[in-house]
Ligand binder design. Structure first.
Ligand code: FES
Length: 139
């Protein structure tokens, strides 16, 4: 059986359009990411909103329109909800008006590193990398 390969295709933007949403009258929202107020389109997730603003969040399993299940948790961020900070996968968490997001707090970096370590724990890195199985170096 032949395997089908999907491609998201080229991004086509119309005037006043922030992302590849084909609708022209897309509602804009404002949220705060790492202390910066940024603009995004309603319907985006936090990962897309951050990338649109030039803020990097690492991701592994997310492929827009292809794989949006939020399984690896490498894209974790802290989201403030009613004063409490919760960890959320940014690739499946909706960007909403007034949302406050922290992408690189010590807690986020620590948990993100643990997620990568868990993912790699079932792989034989000692044969793939000269640094051996304990080599995980994330900022
Ligand atoms: S990129 Fe894998 S959960 Fe978000």
């Amino acid at each position: 059986m032949q395997k089908t390969v999907y491609s998201p295709g080229p991004v086509v933007r119309k005037k006043g359009q922030l992302y590849d949403n084909p609708e022209t009258d897309v509602e804009k929202i404002r949220l705060t990411i790492d202390g910066r107020e940024v603009e995004a389109e309603k319907g985006m997730n936090v990962l897309e909103a951050a990338r649109l603003a030039g803020i990097e969040i690492p991701s592994l399993c997310y492929l827009r329109h292809i794989n949006e299940i939020g399984s690896c948790r490498v894209c974790l961020v802290e989201v403030e909800i009613k004063g409490a900070k919760t960890l959320q996968a940014s690739c499946v968490y909706p960007a909403t008006e007034g949302l406050v997001v922290h992408t690189s707090s010590p807690r986020v970096r620590r948990v993100r590193k643990t997620m990568v370590e868990l993912l790699l724990s079932d792989h034989h890195l000692n044969q793939a990398h000269p640094a051996g199985p304990d080599f995980v170096d994330m900022p």
